[in-house]
Design a protein around this ligand. Sequence first.
Ligand SMILES: [Zn+2]
Ligand SMILES: [Zn+2]
Length: 333
Amino acid sequence: MRAVQVRSPGADFELVNREIPEPRENEVLLRIDACGICHGDAVAKEGHFPGLSYPRVPGHEVVGVIEKTGALVSDWQTGQRVGVGWHGGHCFHCSACRKGEFWACENTLTTGLSTDGGYADYMTARAEVLVAIPQELSSVEAAPLLCAGSTSFGALRKSGAQGGDLVAIHGFGGLGHLAVQYAVRLGFRTVVLTRGKEKQELARTLGAHACIDTSAGDPVKELRKMGGARVILCLAPDSNAIGQLVGGLGRGGQAIIITYAGAPMQLPPALLMRGGQSIRGWVGGNMADTLSFSILFKVVPMVEVFPLEQAALAFEKMMSGKVHFRSVLKMHD
Ligand SMILES: [Zn+2]
Ligand SMILES: [Zn+2]
């Protein structure tokens, strides 16, 4: 099979031929249709994660068809079309798993980081993390919903914001263009914060009620003028900007970070005492709920499709923010 791997941290992507992997007893073998390219893949590419081993095939927005099942897999059949996201498996016996908090598993596996992911013709995946892909969605449409979609939908849905509350989306790319669609459909007064004016029209077309150009004025002032945000969803990997935006939260507001920003964040802690504001992180979300909500309310990702051979180009366009709005690898016709 073909696979695009990273040989060592920071190395270029390379297209290689590999043996098709054999599923273990609790795994399935997927023939991959499509794999979205996520900012999280940079973690595998650059090695910003403890305990990674290489070479590694990235990719955690994977849709494929089950070709084989391991001996212990009872609830999935060959021929079913399924998806795999960031969460690649849990142990079922650590203290978090015993409470059903599988996302917090102490022995968690991450797709495309601790196991090989979807930049390939085939991959194996643990049965407990699969989601069925409804027929209403093509594989290319479904792939970005598995990480970008489920993360932004999950963060918004669990944020505590209620209908009519002001929700600010900071960053309008792969995550942002989906987050706007979810925020509007969840009933929030949705404002998009983005650099420049060029994306504003599209943001409004997707339903945004207002846009703030972060390069033109002071977004904190603008948010305060609007009454202060109940939620600021931080999607742009810019620690400085996140620290500053906290000032735009209203009473009880929270900044929710769902982007990977490694640099330290600076802000006066007293800023959080005006009205009990908070900052929290969020990873993942329920993929099945995301898919059914997306179908019901017609949330559709806008994608550029690339063949597997062009994974490096597709990744580069994602990293530089030049893709509109999600790169998706399509493995075959
Ligand atoms: Zn991701
Ligand atoms: Zn566990």
